[in-house]
Design a protein around this ligand. Structure first.
Ligand SMILES: [Zn+2]
Length: 279
């Protein structure tokens, strides 16, 4: 089994106490769930952790995967430059994913890097993984971004990631970094839209049942109106479990800051021919 499991997590910089300066207390429930999720990732003892972030460079028609030997990043944009991390990228796995993408005509790869520094969609998971895994890192990392391409294309990339990890007999796991709706509270920074809470309830229900066919079938314009951040991130993760029965456990949901934060764990429990959701 190449993909040991996956977690779905949000990425509010505020959750890091040096950034939140007390504000993190309002999302304490999310913090606790996040710690559990990070512990779970550590317990899988992965050789490689693939973090999917919505805040790497995003192209309309191409899914960017970070090239090179590694990258650094810090929270200076959020007033805490002292919180910084450096990771080594798994170039072998990246190369294999890119090779498969080219061979299958999927528009994803390492071309077009603009900002090598790690973004907060990657750094917030790292903050929790560092606490759970210790240093130096016991694993390498892959940074995968998102694009404006279809839900199905992102799901297909997840399938490729699984194929690549299997081919290399890697023990890998995925971290699907993504916030939910940005419109869940009238006094939140982005205001309220009825699609906001509706989207969040739907996602928590769908992910809690690992009903990835329903995730794929969600209307894109509804998701857009709901101001989601992580839908395509969750889809890449879902694709990595194509053809597998998946045990899902949602640990937490909070919308108190006006943005929805969901935390969940996903583990494959064996092949299931009824769960090939594409073709
Ligand atoms: Zn985001």
């Amino acid at each position: 089994m190449a993909i040991l499991g996956a977690v779905m997590v949000p990425h509010p910089p505020l959750i890091v106490p040096a950034v939140g300066r007390g504000g993190e207390r309002q999302i304490e429930q999310t913090t606790q769930a996040y710690e559990k999720a990070a512990d779970k990732v550590a317990s899988w003892q992965p050789e490689t952790v693939i973090i999917i972030t919505p805040h790497s460079i995003m192209y309309q028609d191409y899914i960017h995967i970070s090239p090179g030997t590694g990258a650094k990043g810090d929270f200076s944009r959020f007033g805490a430059p002292e919180i910084r991390y450096e990771v080594t990228y798994d170039q072998v796995l990246v190369e294999e994913i890119e090779r498969l993408a080219i061979s299958k005509g999927l528009d994803a790869g390492t071309v077009g890097e603009r900002q090598p520094a790690l973004d907060h969609g990657f750094l917030v998971p790292l903050y929790f993984l560092a606490a759970a895994m210790g240093s130096p890192w016991p694993c390498k990392f892959v940074r995968v971004g998102l694009s404006g391409l279809s839900f199905e294309t992102h799901y297909r990339l997840g399938m490729l990631i699984k194929e690549a990890a299997e081919k290399l007999s890697y023990k890998a796991c995925l971290v699907a970094s993504g916030d939910l709706s940005h419109y869940v509270q009238a006094d939140g920074p982005y205001g309220f839209r009825p699609e906001g809470p509706e989207y969040d309830a739907k996602i928590m229900d769908i992910m809690g049942r690992a009903a990835f066919n329903e995730l794929l079938a969600m209307p894109e314009n509804f998701c857009e109106k709901a101001g989601e951040c992580g839908q395509r991130s969750f889809l890449i993760m879902a694709g990595a479990f194509d053809g597998q029965k998946v045990k899902a456990e949602m640990l937490s949901y909070q919308g108190v800051t006006g943005v929805g934060y969901g935390v969940g764990l996903f583990t494959p429990v064996g092949p299931d021919n009824n769960r090939h959701f594409i073709d």
